[in-house]
Design a protein around this ligand. Structure first.
Ligand code: URA
Length: 247
């Protein structure tokens, strides 16, 4: 792990601790971190652990590259007209965790990469705080792959037009767990109208895969009070992944 990664985790943990213990942010003396000798690298899980039994099966000739190419060529709904770049998703091929967000914002629309703006930077810190990252053991995608105008919520038909992409990604990735960030992706995946405040904090079964709803990092940036419950959710995910055969 790099010194920068360690600093990010430490910052997030400090934030979480302040939120839990004090309810406000304190100033802390900077700490020194150094790079580990050999940083861990991405790769197939290769741990021989069983896949979720009821997980959807990928078509034999399907691939993440093929899905990405189809996403980039897709014109199935009105969102395609306003996009600069489609955002298929990114991460490792056999992830421990699939993170599912709502849809690209301005930074994602211009870069073609998911969660690269302010919310994405917080998401990366949240993941790192429990040993996860898009470089090593996560895949990050959104329920809609093109930016909704002015960052409005995607409409049901737009989510529907993208649903097959998400289904195929889940089938191929076969993650150990899904972290669904925010109301929109959680309601879309679970086909519910329940609010995120009621849905978060416990795993639900999604086609044989444990799915944990939590708050969207943008919401956490807007409301400090959501840091504590989000941290509690991350700990649940960390505990699940630390069960034998799950990491
Ligand atoms: N918010 C999301 O839900 N997804 C992104 O990719 C970026 C911001």
């Amino acid at each position: 792990m790099t010194a920068e990664d360690k600093r990010s985790i430490s910052d997030f943990l400090d934030l979480a601790e302040d939120a839990v213990r004090l309810g406000y942010r304190t100033e802390r003396r900077p700490r020194a971190f150094s790079d580990d000798a050999a940083p861990t690298r991405a790769g197939p899980r290769g741990d021989g652990a069983p896949r979720p039994a009821e997980a959807p099966r990928a078509g034999a000739d399907d691939s993440l590259e093929r899905i990405a190419a189809e996403v980039c060529a897709c014109a199935s709904c009105r969102l395609a007209q306003g996009r600069t770049r489609a955002v298929p998703g990114e991460g490792v091929e056999r992830p421990s965790v699939l993170v599912v967000g709502e849809g690209p914002g301005a930074d994602e629309d211009s870069s073609g990469r998911p969660f690269v703006g302010k919310a994405g930077q917080l998401l990366d810190k949240m993941l790192l705080s429990i040993g996860l990252s898009r470089e090593t053991n996560c895949f990050i995608a959104n329920v809609v792959k093109c930016r909704p105008p002015n960052n409005r919520d995607p409409e049901a038909d737009e989510v529907g037009a993208c649903a097959a992409f998400m289904d195929r990604q889940i089938a191929l990735l076969s993650p150990r767990a899904i972290l669904s960030v925010g109301r929109v992706p959680t309601q879309a995946l679970l086909k519910t109208s329940e609010g995120i405040g009621r849905l978060r904090g416990r795993f639900v079964d999604y086609r044989g895969i444990p799915l944990l709803p939590t708050y969207h990092p943008s919401a956490i940036l807007r409301d400090e009070n959501l840091k504590r419950p989000a941290w509690e959710d991350l700990k649940l995910l960390r505990d699940l992944l630390s069960e034998p055969g799950r990491s």
